[in-house]
Design a protein around this ligand. Structure first.
Ligand SMILES: NC(=O)c1ccc[n+]([C@@H]2O[C@H](COP(=O)([O-])OP(=O)(O)OC[C@H]3O[C@@H](n4cnc5c(N)ncnc54)[C@H](OP(=O)(O)O)[C@@H]3O)[C@@H](O)[C@H]2O)c1
Length: 326
C-alpha cells in the first residue's frame, strides 16, 4: 500500500510516499480501506520529532480515518466487511489501509462524505473528554475556547453551544473571529487587538469563564486564572506558546480553580472505546441532523500530505485539513 512516511524529522518535505506492507488486524481489530484521513497539529509535532508515537503504535502519522472495513480480525463483533466507519487511530492514518480496535470506530454519520467523516474523531474525542468530562461544562455555564478557529476550537464551539453553554472564543484575525461567531460563539475576541481577560470579564458581567479550554499555555496560564470564574476549570490540551510560565498560584486557591489537562493518543483502547460510546449516544445524532458539522478547510491528495502540513503551519486555515486517499 502507499503510505506517507516521516523519512526524517524536519519540515513538511520529509513527508514522502512509500510502499508499505498492508497491516494485519489483530484480535478485536478491523482493517480499514482508508478513503480519507484527518490532519492534526499533533501530526506536525510528530513530524518535527517532538511528539513520538506511543509504544506499539505505527510510526506512520495519522490519528483519524474514514473508510470501509476491508477485513475483520478474530472476535470482532460489531463490524462486517464493507461497513463504512470513522475511526480514531493511535497512528498510521496517512495510508491506504489502517488497523484499529473495533471499539474505536464509529459508523459514518448519515449523509456524511468520507472526507467529512475523517475530520471528526480526533477533535470530537478530545473535546468530549476535556470539555465535558474533565472540565465538566454544564448548560448555562460559559466556556472560553482559545484557538477558536482550529480543528479543536471549531468543534468545541459547536458542541458547547449545542449543549446549552455560552461560548467565548479567541482567535488571531477578524476572519477567524467571524468564523467562530458563525459557529455559535457569543463573543469572539481577536487576541492581537484585544486583551482577552478584559473582554471575557466584560462579556460575563465580571464573573469570568466557568471552563477554559487552552492549547496556548505560556503567559496565558496566569491570564487564564484571571479570566476564570470562581470554581472555574482550566483544561490544558497543548502548550503552543510554551509549557513553562510564571503564574500567581494564589489565584488558584482564592478562586478555587481546578487546572487540569490530558493527552488522548496514549490512552488505552478501552478508554477510547468508552468515549466512542458516549459520542455515538450524545453527539452522533447532532451530526446526523447537521446541527453540528466539521468545518472543512482544505482537502489534499494523500501523496501531497506535505502540502497539508504546510497549510497547517502557515496558520491561515479555519477548521479541518483532510487528505483524500481515493
Ligand atoms: N491533548 C490532546 O489530547 C490533544 C488532542 C488533539 C489536539 N491537541 C492540540 O490541540 C491544538 C489544536 O489542534 P488542531 O489540530 O486543532 O490544530 P490547529 O487547527 O492547527 O490549531 C492551532 C490553533 O492555535 C492557534 N494558536 C494560538 N497560539 C498559537 C501559537 N503560539 N502557535 C501556533 N498556533 C497558535 C492558531 O490560530 P490563531 O493563533 O491564528 O488564532 C490555530 O487556530 C494543538 O496544539 C494540538 O496539539 C491536543
Amino acid at each position: 500500500m502507499t503510505a506517507i512516511a516521516i523519512t526524517e524529522h524536519g519540515g513538511p518535505m520529509v513527508l514522502k510516499p512509500e510502499e508499505w506492507p498492508v497491516p494485519e488486524p489483530a484480535e478485536g481489530e478491523i482493517l480499514i480501506k482508508v478513503k480519507a484521513a484527518g490532519v492534526n497539529r499533533p501530526d506536525v509535532a510528530q513530524r518535527k520529532g517532538i511528539y513520538p508515537p506511543p509504544p506499539g503504535a505505527s510510526d506512520l502519522p495519522g490519528l483519524e480515518v474514514a473508510g470501509e472495513v476491508a477485513v475483520v480480525g478474530e472476535d470482532v463483533k460489531r463490524w462486517r466487511v464493507g461497513d463504512q466507519v470513522a475511526a480514531l487511530t493511535p497512528g498510521g492514518g496517512y495510508a491506504q489501509y489502517c488497523t484499529v480496535h473495533e471499539t474505536n470506530a464509529l459508523p459514518i454519520p448519515h449523509g456524511f462524505t468520507f472526507t467529512e467523516a475523517a475530520a471528526l474523531p480526533e477533535t470530537f474525542f478530545t473535546v468530549w473528554h476535556n470539555v465535558f468530562e474533565r472540565g465538566a461544562l454544564k448548560a448555562g455555564e460559559t466556556l472560553l475556547v482559545h484557538g477558536g478557529s482550529s480543528g479543536i476550537g471549531t468543534t468545541a464551539i459547536q458542541l458547547a453551544a449545542a449543549f446549552g453553554a455560552t461560548v467565548i472564543a479567541t482567535a488571531g484575525s477578524s476572519e477567524k473571529c467571524a468564523a467562530c461567531a458563525a459557529l455559535g460563539a457569543a463573543r469572539a475576541i481577536n487576541y492581537r487587538e484585544e486583551d482577552f481577560v478584559l473582554a471575557v470579564k466584560e462579556a460575563t458581567e465580571g464573573r469570568g469563564a466557568d471552563v477554559i479550554l487552552d492549547m496556548v499555555g505560556g503567559d496565558y496560564i496566569d491570564r487564564n486564572y484571571d479570566a476564570a470564574a470562581m470554581d472555574g476549570r482550566i483544561v490544558q490540551i497543548a502548550f503552543l506558546s510554551g509549557a513553562k510560565a510564571k503564574a500567581d498560584f494564589s489565584k488558584l486557591m482564592v478562586k478555587r480553580l481546578t487546572h487540569t489537562g490530558s493527552t488522548l493518543r496514549p490512552r488505552s483502547v478501552a478508554f477510547k472505546g468508552r468515549i466512542a460510546t458516549e459520542l455515538e449516544a450524545h453527539v452522533w445524532p447532532l451530526l446526523a441532523a447537521r446541527k453540528v458539522a466539521p468545518v472543512m478547510d482544505m482537502i489534499f491528495p494523500l501523496k501531497e500530505a506535505w502540502r497539508a502540513h504546510e497549510r497547517m503551519e502557515e496558520g491561515a486555515h479555519i477548521g479541518k485539513i483532510v487528505l483524500d486517499v481515493a
